[in-house]
Design a protein around this ligand. Structure first.
Ligand code: SAM
Length: 193
């Protein structure tokens, strides 16, 4: 069965995130991705989660509490564009997910934006472990969505193919701008051990 963009992103995380990893949920929202990541990294790992909405951080904290996963997550009520300041210089990231757009059931004007999303991706790329993914679930049907989508497609298409594999995955016969996935994988290059 062909998976939705969100389900496919989860299957890629399950394949690559290991116990003990440091991973990023760049947009925690209602916490579904955060709970998955916290489960995958286990008690020895850490999820750092970002959201600009207080309500999103509180909802996610509650979800983690109910799942008994509080210890392995740090939630930050701030934009993911601050990732470069938050991560240690020598941090190695086992995966990152961005579920973009607005939070369903919340204020539809609070959306992710091209410049801040790209700034966060740029902070993550050098720290990504070889074989791991930065996953972008992209929505374009809301005001501002198409602008972010086009900018991300431009940016990700221009990533050096000798350093990164970039995949676009999505349905092409669905109405109403279905979400699609951009997956960036860090490649092993010949000079790396
Ligand atoms: C589609 S929702 C995320 C859904 C979430 N992953 C889940 O499983 O419920 C997008 C979220 O991005 C947040 N957001 C918008 N701009 C942001 C930014 N610059 N940094 C971090 N989060 C941001 C919104 O507040 C919203 O909660």
């Amino acid at each position: 069965m062909l998976l939705s963009a969100v389900d496919f992103s989860h299957s890629l995380l399950k394949e690559t995130v290991c116990k003990g990893d440091l991973v990023i949920d760049a947009t925690v929202g209602n916490g579904s991705d955060t709970v998955l990541l916290a489960t995958l990294v286990g008690p020895t790992g850490k999820v750092i989660g970002f959201d600009v909405q207080k309500q999103a951080v509180e909802n996610t904290a509650q979800k983690l509490l109910l799942a008994g996963l509080t210890d392995q997550a740090t939630l930050l009520h701030q934009g993911h564009e601050t990732l470069g300041d938050v991560l240690a210089d020598n941090a190695k990231i086992g995966g990152a997910i961005f579920n973009l757009g607005y939070l369903p059931g919340s204020d539809k004007t609070i959306i992710t934006k091209k410049n801040t999303t790209i700034r966060a991706i740029e902070a993550l790329l050098p720290k990504l472990r070889i074989g791991s993914y930065i996953l972008l679930v992209v929505y374009s049907g809301h005001p501002g969505g198409m602008e972010e989508k086009n900018a991300l497609l431009d940016y990700c298409s221009s990533l050096n193919q000798s350093l990164f594999k970039v995949l676009q995955y999505g349905f092409i016969n669905q109405i109403n701008h279905p979400p699609f996935l951009i997956a960036i994988e860090k490649k092993k290059t010949p000079y790396m051990k």
